[in-house]
Design a protein around this ligand. Structure first.
Ligand code: F6P
Length: 545
């Protein structure tokens, strides 16, 4: 693969970045009253304003040239065609098939149309959820299900949890929904402590059905259930989603409650698959279908729009500009809507697990920085915690502000307050405040009260938080990450970086368990690792606190 930094298009961007170094956003806005109109994009209920980035029309032109040279269009076509673009795992990447709602449109992997299978699983999910919601599916004592607990981690947890929080208003009031991911028993016990086993359904969500945290929690839930209702109750109180259907059935599940997924769906891209079951149980299938519809609309746009008018491409290129040419290292996701408060955690996995890679597809070290550190949180709360650094810290952190014009609840006044704050933050980060704008301020305080401004932000304004707009937003970020991965030349769809820790944890298990095997497990380990295990064992020997 050609070295990215050796491309003339890269060089041109370097030169351009140098020329733009002294130009401030304030000046760019002052010089062009139409800047917002030029550098914003409306797509259905979504408005993306990227005018407060340190870019000009020339920047976007040069970035689009880079996208052309990096063959974004053919990479995109290869993904939609079901080619095995996840080369290190030899898999296709076809989450887009999961939101193809066009009955007449085939989508193939290895020449086989996967849509009949996708549609069959959708139909099964719908039937199962309707049975549970109507009370036709009962627990072992004959009572209808009233609590759903999703047990999963990573992509089998963060996406459904974020979307469930977003769609809270669409959830049935008489069916509660909880999410368990942490193997610390405190989380399972906290959730189970408030539930009646006779009316509880566990959804074990695990693509592999081998993830240790998920299996530990699934077994804890099974023990709790059988202690109350007996071993025969498992089939009525568990559902599962996995590529490993046999393992789920072996766990004691009824085949009717086991839903397959496919190896061409990555965990962090799986919300559109049966991994969406907890949402379907809580909100109904029609709401889930709207989530798919929003994503499908974004897919159509991404697949067909020319690069220069393609929203995921534009946002991806601005991200590359920030990371590689403005040399920013982090990126904040800031939803100003309580329902979207968990969205940053989903985007964090999506982006960092996809593009946090040190080698290109052919195994050579990457020549540039790749994915930034993604962090974030609800905008209002974050304003009163880490925004100080965003405004005045020496490191520039580009931000995405996600704002919803209509709230699902509350008054106009409460929404006005949110909107005023969100939009004002983007203004403050852009404009800053100079010493000249601080008349009458004590000289000694002036440096403390100056804001450099010139800090890039993108604002995504959606009309409201609905299944449709949430689907659209998630798909937007997915495609943005994909395009960036192609520019950087990495495989956005594997995650080998999480393996070493898992292996070492396995080999440390005998050591932390103590006893005869501990010494062997610690032989040849560094003094810190051995010392930490010894300290743990010492406390453990004291017995429970
Ligand atoms: O360890 C990382 C990871 O493989 C993620 O990519 C995935 O979303 C998560 O673990 C959970 O995996 P599974 O769905 O197989 O339990």
């Amino acid at each position: 693969m050609t070295d990215l930094t050796a491309l003339p298009a890269w060089d041109a961007l370097k030169t351009h970045a140098h020329a733009l170094r002294e130009v401030s956003l304030r000046t760019l806005f002052a010089d062009d009253p139409d800047r917002f109109a030029r550098l914003s994009f409306t797509f259905g209920p979504l408005l993306a304003d990227y005018s407060k980035n340190r870019i000009t029309a020339e920047t976007l032109g040069l970035l689009t040239e880079l996208a052309g040279v990096r063959n974004i269009e053919s990479a995109r076509a290869a993904m939609f065609a079901g080619e095995r673009i996840n080369r290190t795992e030899n898999r296709a990447v076809m989450h887009v098939a999961l939101r193809n709602r066009d009955e007449a449109r085939p989508m193939t992997v290895d020449g086989v149309d996967v849509m009949p299978e996708v549609r069959a699983v959708r139909a099964r999910l719908k039937t199962f959820a309707e049975k549970v919601r109507s009370g036709a599916w009962t627990g072992a004592t004959g009572q209808a299900i009233r609590h759903v607990v999703n047990i999963g981690i990573g992509g089998s947890h963060l996406g459904p949890m974020a979307v469930a929080a977003a769609l809270k208003d669409a959830q049935r009031a008489d069916i509660s929904l909880d999410f368990v991911s942490n193997p610390d028993r405190a989380q399972v016990d906290d959730v189970l402590g408030g539930l009646d086993p006779a009316v509880t359904l566990f959804v074990v969500a695990s693509k592999t059905f081998t993830t240790v945290e998920t299996m530990a929690n699934a077994n804890a839930a099974k023990d709790w259930l059988t202690a109350h209702l007996g071993a025969g109750a498992v089939a009525k109180h568990f559902a599962a989603i996995s590529t490993n259907v046999d393992a789920a059935v072996k766990f004691g599940l009824s085949p009717e409650a086991v839903f397959p997924m496919w190896d061409w769906v990555g965990g962090r891209y799986s919300i559109w698959s049966a991994i969406g079951l907890p949402l379907i149980l809580a909100c109904g299938y029609d709401t889930f279908d709207q989530l798919l519809a929003g994503a499908e609309a974004m897919d159509r746009h991404f697949k067909t729009a020319p690069l220069e008018h393609n929203l995921p491409v534009i946002l991806a290129l601005i991200g590359v500009w920030n990371v590689n040419f403005l040399e920013t290292a982090a990126h904040a996701i800031l939803p100003y809507d309580h329902r979207l408060r968990l969205f940053p955690f989903h985007v964090q996995q999506l982006d960092m697990e996809s593009n946090g890679k040190g080698v290109t597809l052919d195994g050579a070290p990457v020549a540039t920085d790749t994915g930034p550190v993604i962090f974030g949180g609800g905008g209002s709360d974050s304003q009163h915690s880490f925004f100080q650094l965003l405004h005045q810290g020496p490191r520039v952190v580009p931000c995405d502000f996600i704002i919803a014009a209509k709230g699902t609840t509350g008054t106009d006044a409460s929404r006005d307050l949110l909107m005023a704050n969100a939009i004002a933050q983007t203004e403050a980060l852009m404009k800053g405040r100079s010493a000249a704008e601080l008349p009458g301020v004590d000289d000694a305080l002036v440096p403390h009260r100056v804001f450099t401004g010139n800090r890039p932000t993108t604002t995504l304004l959606i009309e409201d938080v609905s299944a449709y707009t949430v689907g659209m937003l998630i798909a937007l970020y997915e495609h943005k990450v994909f395009v960036q991965g192609v520019i950087w030349g990495v495989n956005s769809f594997d995650q080998w970086g999480v393996e070493l820790g898992k292996e070492l944890a396995k080999s440390l298990e005998p050591a932390v368990a103590g006893g005869a095997l501990a010494e062997k497990a610690l032989a040849d380990r560094d003094s810190s690792t051995a010392g930490l295990v010894a300290a743990y064992l010492k406390v453990k020997q004291q017995g429970p606190s």
